[in-house]
Design a protein around this ligand. Structure first.
Ligand code: CA2
Length: 152
């Protein structure tokens, strides 16, 4: 069975508790349990991890090698700053989909650049919590099309 790492970066543990106008009223737990339901329908296993620390996210990406076959990530603010997370994703070479609740291209200029997008297979941004579901569906389809011997 395909196994996918679902990573969330800084402050996403605050979802549903602050700024509902930008990020919606669902908590991260709500989003993760919705994703778990989608995963069951798709027949894939998910592992969830959230951290406010860049190094912990790098460690989680590295630990996915030979364990998970793909990564779904909302890197939060590290999207716009982290060469380290980008390098980790490039190093493990696991198919990765970047997701955002808000449309980062509609917001402040500093959010328009993603260090992660060039090493991701794609980016989904602006659909609220549906971004995660859409990202998971895209990632699973991509992995299912890959020849099993090419998956890690
Ligand atoms: O839209 C997204 O998903 C973001 O990744 C969210 C990040 C932001 O820095 C990115 O530019 C876009 C921020 C997550 C902060 O989440 C909060 C949730 C509730 C209250 C405060 C912050």
């Amino acid at each position: 069975m395909l196994n996918i790492l679902v990573l969330n970066g800084p402050n996403l543990n605050m979802l549903g508790k602050r700024e509902p106008k930008i990020y919606g009223s669902q908590t991260l737990e709500d989003i993760n349990s919705e994703l778990a339901q989608v995963a069951e329908i798709l027949g894939v296993a998910l592992v969830f991890f959230q951290s406010n620390h860049e190094g912990a996210l790098v460690d989680a990406v590295q630990a996915a090698l030979n364990v998970q076959q793909g990564i779904l990530i909302n890197p939060g603010a590290y999207t716009h700053t982290s060469v380290a997370i980008r390098d980790a994703i490039a190093a493990v070479a696991l198919p990765t989909v970047e997701v955002h609740l808000s449309n980062i291209h509609q917001r402040e200029g500093f959010r328009h650049r993603s260090y992660i997008a060039p090493v991701a297979i794609g980016q989904i941004s602006g659909f609220g919590s549906d971004s995660y579901r859409l990202g998971l569906e895209g990632l699973v389809k991509y992995l299912q099309k890959m020849k099993p011997d090419k998956r890690s």
